[in-house]
Design a binder for this molecule. Sequence first.
Ligand SMILES: Nc1nc2c(ncn2[C@@H]2O[C@H](COP(=O)(O)OP(=O)(O)OP(=O)(O)O)[C@@H](O)[C@H]2O)c(=O)[nH]1
Ligand SMILES: [Mg+2]
Length: 465
Amino acid sequence: MTERRRTPIRLAVVGHTNVGKTSLLRTLTRDAGFGEVSHRPGTTRHVEGARLSLDGRAIVELYDTPGMEDAIALLEYLDSLVRPGERLDGPARIARFLDSSEARQRFEQEAKVLRQLLASDAGLYVLDAREPVLAKYRDELAILALCGKPLLPVFNFVSHAGARPEPWSEALARLGLHARVAFDSVAPAADGERRLYESLALLLESARTDLLRLVESHEQAAVERLQAGRRLIAELLLDVAACRHQVSAEPAQEQAALEALREQVRRREQRCVEALLALHAFRTGDAEAGELPLVDGRWEDDLFNPETLRQLGIKVGSGMAAGAAAGVGIDLMVGGITLGAAAVLGALAGGGAQTARHYGRRLLGKWRGERELTVDDSVLRLLALRQLHLLDALARRGHAASEAIRLLDQGQMDWRSDRLPAPLRRARAHPAWSSLNRRHELQQPARQGALAELLEELSADQNGR
Ligand SMILES: Nc1nc2c(ncn2[C@@H]2O[C@H](COP(=O)(O)OP(=O)(O)OP(=O)(O)O)[C@@H](O)[C@H]2O)c(=O)[nH]1
Ligand SMILES: [Mg+2]
């Protein structure tokens, strides 16, 4: 068995300017606020470190470095430092350069990179796989190789249409660099991190145990995030399905109550969006958020706009199409044969005291000319679809991503048209299950049971893809 290291593994992230070094750090540390990322070259000017810890112990220290800019001139200068007949190995040549005045002037940025690489256990050489292998890149690699440290080339922009990794592999092999890994920092593959650390473990045998433990803990955390995300969605759906508002049948009041209910549901959905973002360490409030998820951390399309439903392929019921009451079912209390009433009758047959009390109020309501508002099935479908898509998109998103999240079309359980899951149908008859209702009792065992059941359906659904 390999002995466990006592000190963190130090990794210098090096490469040409603007290839995505800082972006890689953001994704590996899951910190969208790390450093500064920009499409302009020369963004990072100083070495900056970040730690990855496990059980309170630092396992890896990653160091972001400025981009190399003038490797051709530097290689010539390095050659000029060797006197005729003198034998100097790579690290000795680099040391002589770092002692020279040029290391503080013309090549100040490059010197920072080389110092950091010398002080590290290995380097991650980030490259832009869309670029041809120009002379400046060959020289840069030759210089980095002189440091005598293991280098793992990381192919960035690999998912880009213009990526041409083969010439790079060839050029790297000529320098004796045979290990390599593809890692797109904006949209990393599901096993991208594992493959990166496994490749690194081949170059750094003493770090193997720690690196693999780190990967395993990250994978476990991803599984837990997924489950926590589904729970947030299940809570949202139950809240909305069980939501019922009593309202006087008088038109003006009814209209106001309708709008109030819609607003309440919109806010409830927004809470779920924010909780999902926070769970994945994406933020709505910082500078990045404007470009980040959705639009300003909100869905662009309104929940109660029939067009939003049509766009997602959800069948719009006649109530929705009518427009005025879009997304809200007006239950004509016991007199109307609506889904709400039918569900209550069904639940009554099962005989819950709570339901019976509620049913009694509904009867009273009929005599008083009251009505009851519920949220349409189609809106529940939309909520489920977009929150599940969001969860999926967040799980795959690198922390270097800066574009708006898009909804992908995935073959999930058909939320568009299948019967809604049984726990949601049951919830229709249990106003106490919704935190949106004034009187609620969320800890009821029946609600907890429904939540667990719904959670299981959501998991089976997503795993089945
Ligand atoms: N599409 C895509 N864009 C990326 C990826 N990685 C980086 N970028 C973009 O490339 C640009 C440069 O990224 P940085 O992370 O700042 O690059 P850097 O190597 O740190 O640059 P310097 O600090 O200037 O040397 C930014 O606009 C990033 O958003 C990627 O994997 N895919
Ligand atoms: Mg940078």
